[in-house]
Design a protein around this ligand. Structure first.
Ligand code: ITT
Length: 202
């Protein structure tokens, strides 16, 4: 099962699993509640979500904890990336807040606007077995946001080596997996590592 309540992530995680012949159910479909994310790292929070779901559903559970780490903001919003969008999960609010802080710090050149996404993935089995991997995608923050694809901070994030934001890419391009590449997004890169450990080849 996929232990996320974020529809954008759920769609990506389903797409990543599909070539491996895995047809998961989601936490939402099983009516599972969201555990409190009390960890102090992406890895710790991914584990909290995966273990809670595996125990509740008695199924192998796949969780992602991720976020945007902005150099000029000393790593914020980081593990608080979802919370910066507030209770209504409005990422226009969160992106505007980042841009305001960047402007306050005089971060106007691409060099001063470096950021990276992190994805920590965890698969927990009901017998306590765990697999944990992590990866990042480096890029630059643009303003105004561009594109309506993806979710969260995608319209503001331009990955290194590309002239388009994640918000301007199809999910297939954002994954950047073979034959297009060896993994572009943080989540796809982490997934490649996970697949090597515990999934049948595509
Ligand atoms: P779950 O815990 O239910 O999985 P969540 O949205 O609360 O959902 P996180 O705590 O991991 O998940 O928050 C990470 C936030 O970082 C997420 O809400 C996104 O807005 C943002 N984020 C993560 N990956 C992203 C991506 O690929 N593109 C854009 N934004 C992303």
């Amino acid at each position: 099962m996929i232990a996320t309540h974020n529809p954008g992530k759920l769609a990506e995680m389903r797409e990543l699993l599909a070539p491996h012949g895995v047809e998961p159910v989601s936490a939402g479909e099983l009516g599972l509640s969201e555990p409190e994310e009390t960890g102090d790292s992406f890895r710790a929070n991914a584990k909290i979500k995966a273990v809670a779901a595996a125990m509740a559903a008695q199924l192998p559970a796949f969780a992602d904890d991720s976020g945007l780490v902005v150099d000029a903001l000393d790593g914020a919003p980081g593990i608080l990336s979802a919370r910066w969008a507030g209770p209504t999960k409005d990422f226009t609010v969160a992106m505007t807040r980042i841009e305001r802080l960047l402007q306050e710090r005089g971060a106007t050149t691409p060099e001063q606007r470096k950021a990276h996404f992190v994805s920590a993935l965890c698969v927990a089995w009901p017998d306590d077995h765990l697999e944990e991997v992590e990866a990042r995608a480096d890029g630059t923050l643009v303003w105004p946001p561009r594109g309506v694809a993806g979710f969260g901070y995608d319209p503001m994030f331009m990955p290194d080596g590309f002239a388009r934001t994640f918000g301007e890419m199809t999910s297939i391009e954002k994954h950047g997996l073979p034959p297009l590449g060896l993994g572009l997004s943080h989540r796809a890169r982490a997934f490649v590592k996970l697949a090597e450990i515990c999934l049948a080849p595509r």
